[in-house]
Design a binder for this molecule. Structure first.
Ligand code: GLA
Length: 399
């Protein structure tokens, strides 16, 4: 009998060890890349409930909500410096005098979803209490507040195994019982695209974005873009590569903002705006709410676009879309206007990830310009166009 019992235990050891590192996230969330707003890029830890309520109001009034943005996410700095006597996280009473539940209710009252931030390590990146050792307790607290989205960072985590740490938090969310989009933010250090599909819904692929086009040695828009293409086979409905939040409206030129937004749409990237919604120019609103660009990002096939060719500093990107449509983006990386000629028929396109085979000799497409809203003829004739410096031409091609 004892022998039998021992055998039984031995049989289950591999299952128990597996269980530790595996997780089964809430399925059916983020079937298209999440869209929303996050406080970090503009405000860092300088957030408070008065300012944030104004931001929520503008989220709706500016048309962002109507354009499809959904999650209102507080990043680092929302909490008090210490947990309470029972180990609970507490919203900073000076920043959130009405408490976090009241703030979450305000967000929900506007028909939006509510997101919050913490970190797998012992502290957050800005030095507030981290979640290490409190995963289940924190998840229950977030569920009781009505949290719908958790961004989970990777500071003060030197001793941890990334897969295990993120699986633990994912399991804690599942156990707490409230569906939450789980956003992994370990900057691509541990190749989360290889192991996080069942753990979370999106994972950062690089360090923090810097609001510049192409700045030496930093994560400007171009530097991040360069590091996405080889990860595309890992993205799809429910699990996305995250090249970090948007810097649109934060000081890039108009062309650069348009190109940055277009390329994030081509990448099927999460679209988390990071600008002060109370101070948006008409141009910024027009970029962030361009429904035709957003529909490329949100296409239900969920195929991440790819760079097909480069000619004279112009990159040519394709993204297969539903109903055999294609998005095409010509990206002028240079600081000069380019006179550009592109003969579709001489340039068949193929993609092993999506199975796309596009031969423009056999099949011609109508061309719709996503930024000017013009119909630009068809692919039967060569395209002749000028592309501004650091700008794009972005089209939807349909049969
Ligand atoms: C890290 C993340 C950022 C932001 C800050 C907050 O740097 O990558 O996106 O959340 O922490 O401290």
């Amino acid at each position: 009998m004892r022998n039998y019992f021992l055998k039984l235990v031995l049989l289950f050891i591999p299952v128990l060890v597996q269980y530790k590192a595996d997780a089964q996230k809430f399925e059916g969330l983020a079937m298209t890349p999440p869209m929303g707003w996050n406080s970090w890029n503009t405000f860092q830890t300088k957030i408070d409930e008065k300012m944030l309520r104004e931001m929520v109001d503008q989220f709706v009034a500016s048309g962002m909500k109507d354009a499809g943005y959904e999650y209102f996410v507080l990043d680092d700095g929302w909490m008090a410096r210490e947990r309470d006597g029972e180990g609970r996280l507490v919203a900073d009473p000076l920043k959130f005098p009405s408490g976090m539940k009241a703030f979450a209710d305000y967000v929900h009252g506007k028909g939006l979803k509510f997101g919050i931030y913490n970190c797998a390590g012992t502290k957050t990146c800005a030095g507030y209490p981290g979640t290490r050792g409190y995963e289940y307790q924190d998840a229950r607290l977030y569920a009781s507040w009505g949290v719908d989205y958790l961004k989970f960072d990777w500071c003060y985590a030197e001793q941890l195994n990334a897969k295990e740490a993120y699986a633990t938090m994912s399991n804690a969310i599942k156990k707490a019982g409230r569906p939450m989009v789980f956003s992994l933010c370990e900057w691509g250090n541990n190749r989360p695209w290889e192991w996080a599909k069942d753990i979370g819904h999106l994972w950062r692929t690089t360090g923090d974005i810097v609001k510049c086009w192409d700045c030496e040695g930093k994560n400007g828009v171009m530097a991040i873009l360069k590091r996405q293409d080889h990860l595309r086979q890992y993205a799809g409905p429910g699990h996305w590569n995250d090249p970090d939040m948007l810097e649109v409206g934060n000081g890039l030129s108009l062309n650069e903002d348009r190109a940055h937004f277009s390329m994030w749409c081509m990448l099927a990237a999460p679209l988390m705006a990071g600008n002060d919604l109370r101070k948006m120019s008409e141009e910024t609103i027009a970029i962030l709410t361009n429904k035709d660009a957003i529909s490329v990002d949100q296409d239900p096939l969920g195929v991440q676009g790819f760079k097909w060719a480069e000619r004279d500093s112009v990159e040519i990107w394709f993204k297969p879309l539903k109903d055999d449509h294609l998005a095409v983006c010509f990206l002028n990386k240079s600081s000069k206007v380019k006179d550009f000629v592109y003969d579709w028929k001489m340039n068949a396109v193929a993609d092993s990830v999506s199975g796309l085979k596009g031969d423009f000799k056999k099949q011609s497409y109508h061309i719709f310009n996503i930024w000017t809203k013009e119909k630009n003829g068809s692919t039967a004739k060569p395209l002749r166009a000028k592309i501004g410096p650091h700008d794009v031409l972005m089209f939807r091609l349909s049969r």
